[in-house]
Design a binder for this molecule. Sequence first.
Ligand code: PMP
Length: 437
Amino acid sequence: PKVPNDLSAFWMPFTANRQFKKNPRMFVSADGMYYKTADGRDVLDGTAGLWCVNAGHNRPLITEAIQKQAAELDYAPAFQMGHPKAFELATAIRDMAPDPFEHVFFTNSGSESVETALKIALAYHRVRGEGTRTRLIGRERGYHGVNFGGISVGGIVNNRKFFGSLLTGVDHLPHTHLPDQNSFVRGQPEHGAYLAEDLERIVALHGGDNIAAVIVEPMAGSTGVLMPPKGYLEKLREICTKHGILLIFDEVITGFGRLGSSFAAEHFGVMPDLITTAKGLTNGVIPMGAVLATSKIHDAFMSGPEEAIELFHGYTYSGNPIASAAGLATLRTYREDGLFENAAGLANYWEDALHSLKGLPHVIDIRNMGLIGAIELEGIEGAPTKRAFNAFLQAYDKGLLIRTTGDIIALSPPLMINKAQIDELFGILADVLKNLD
Ligand code: PMP
């Protein structure tokens, strides 16, 4: 494929737009762990696209399933009608998820999964005839997509400051990242459960029986790979249970094997009431998301008062046949290739390789778990994101795709990576960091 001459019509997601048009970079094909650039170079995928291509690129089962489904049944209405693949996929997700998650609601993206989970939480007490709970609690540095609910509960001020009316009745827990206690700690830091006690303070402020849900990423991904301190998630669970508040884990990044288990809930042994997913569900190939719910939640909507029947929520493409076929083939690929096991098995090797960057210029922290990692760089005064962005550009030139947010480099390769590719990845990155101004 050729690079088009005219790049002006496509409006790229806002923050990336201006810089890219000055210096376009394009992938034209991809296979396994590598992208091919428009100028014919191979680039090792250090980020699984945008944390989504967990099974690797151009996987035959997935490609064939999409082609076959498109020819057989391309679309079926999502309301009042069904088709087999959506039901099969829901069952396959249930089989893969920890025990309490018995039901699956399909969406088309992480952002939609978040909106769906928030709406389920807000309606839940009402359909049980227990009155209305209107408050939602998120966390600073939480990322929950870009729709209005998600940016309201999300903890990134820049993502909401341009928009007038957001959800009201939202509060935020403080974030859990204390850099000076945390530097170069492997896995979860110790500094702990006491941070979760902030929830008691917020509960006291709003009243426990006004709060519908607390939403957190069990491990914050796109704001810098922030590990939950030991005991933190357990304590959140305990406080939510005490006040009848639903706990939502946003597992759009951590779901589908990233930490070496199906979901972070399983990895940390803490069960929320709802799990939001997307990305790895269809290997990033076709847009799809899903909300996983326990029977307690699901059954409240199925058997609640007549009023519950009036509740409407759903998308034209919920459980779309082609996306469902892609999801089924993706989960099959994870199983047959043992990809979650591969991620778990390589976690220590990955950790050692990542921590070998300690001591290189500008590196002030390294964080990791499963097959995810972050390298925090000292920002340049007055231009705090510039150094990491330069690292991104140089890595791309040297054949490696990384992701940067602010002054943090994030890594999350496809789970099919092997030791030689881990060595290649960190070889290139070390080279970049050694030569970074
Ligand atoms: N939640 C989390 C935790 C995410 O990381 C993301 C995407 N990075 C989203 C929600 C939003 O997903 P999408 O971009 O598919 O809407």
